[in-house]
Design a protein around this ligand. Sequence first.
Ligand code: TRH
Length: 386
Amino acid sequence: MNQTKTLALFCKVVDNYGDIGICWRLARQLVREHDIDVTLWVDDLRSFARICPQVDPAAAAQQVAGVSIYHWRDQDGTYYAEDVADIVIEFFAVDIPPGYVTAMAQRQVKPVWLNLEGLTAEEWVEGCHTLPSMHPRLPLTKHFFFPGFTARTGGLLREAGLFDERDRFQRDPAARSAFLGGLGLDAGEQAACKVSLFCYPHAPVAGLFDAWQRGAAPVACLVPEGVAKDEVRDFLGGEPAAGAVRTQGMLTVRVLPFVPQADYDRLLWACDVNIVRGEDSFVRAQWAGRPFAWHIYPQDENLHHKKLRAFLLRYCAAQYGDDAGPLERFALAFNGVEQNADWPGLWQSLSGRLDQLACRSANWQNALLENGDLASNLLAFARSMR
Ligand code: TRH
C-alpha cells in the first residue's frame, strides 16, 4: 500500500517564477517531511537559480536539498520502466516526454500519474479535483489534482514547521532588524510602515506612490529589482538597480535584490502590508498573517477578475464578518476592477486598521488548516490509488 517512495515532477517555466517556485517548494517538502526520493525535471535552470542560488544553471544533473534536479532539455530520449517513479506529476498539464510515458505504461505496477493544476478559489474546482482521465492508447490513467481553499480540494502548500518559524521571527525584534538591515534598510525605514511590492507591470503603482508620498505617515516601499520598473525609475530619477533608494515626502522606495525563496518569506513576515502576485507569493502572504493585496496574473477577457472575486468572497467572509473590508476595496482597485481609484482614501482606510486586519487573518489561517497541506494530501491520494 505504501510503496510510493519515488516521485518525478515535471516543470516547465512558462514565465516568471511561480512555476518553479511551486515545484521547488513541493519537491523539498516531499523529501524533508515525507522521505520521498524526488526527481525534479526543469526546463529553465536560470529562473530556478534566481529563487535558489545553489542551483547550477549549467548542470545537466545535480542534487540540491536532497532533490535530484535534471535539466529537461527536450522531449527526446529513451526511458526504461525501471527509470519511472512511483508517482509522476506533470505541473500545469505540461507534456511529459513521450518516451517517459511509454516507459510508464511498461511498468508492471503502473505509476500514479497526476496533473497538478493551478490555484483558484472558484467552486468548479471541487467537482474536478481528483477526476480521472484515461490515456487514449496506453493502459494509464491520469488524475487531476487541484490545490484550493476547501476540504474538497488538495489544499495549499505549507511546510510543517512554517508557523513556528514565522512566529519566532515575528516575535524577535533583533532578528527582524538584522534581516531588514541586511537588505539595507536604515532605522527610519525600519520604523516606517513597510510595504513589500511584488506585482505585474500593469499595476497602478504611480497612483499608490503618489498617495504614499503625500500621506500622513512614513511608508517604506520595498520593491524587488525588475518589478514596477517604470514607476520606480520615475520615482528614483535613475536606474532601479538593487540597492537604489530615494525618499520624497513621506515615501521611501527601496529596490531590493531578488532574494532566495526562504528570505522572501522573511520579507513577507517582516512587512506590515504585502502586495503579492501570481500563485506562490499569494499563498505565502496568506501564511505571513499580515494584511495583503493580491495582484492576480492577467488573463484574456478579464477572466482573472472572476478569479479574484471568487477568492475575495471566501477570504473577506472569514476576515471581516459583517464589515466589507478595506482590503477588498484596495485589491479590487489595484487589479483595475474598480476604475478611478481614490488611492489616498483607500490607503487611509487600510493603514488605519492594520493591527485588526492582521489579527483577523488568524481566522482565515485556522480555516485553511482544516484542509491539511497539499504535499500530504497529494501523497495520501497517490497511496490510495495503488
Ligand atoms: O513570478 P510569478 O508571477 O509567477 C507565476 C508565473 O507567471 C506562472 O506562469 C503563472 O502561472 C503564475 O504566476 C500564476 O508569481 P509567484 O507565483 O508569486 O512566484 C514568484 C516566486 O518567486 C515565489 O516562489 C517567490 C519567489 N521569489 C523569491 O524567491 N525571491 C524574491 O525576491 C521574489 C520577489 C520572489
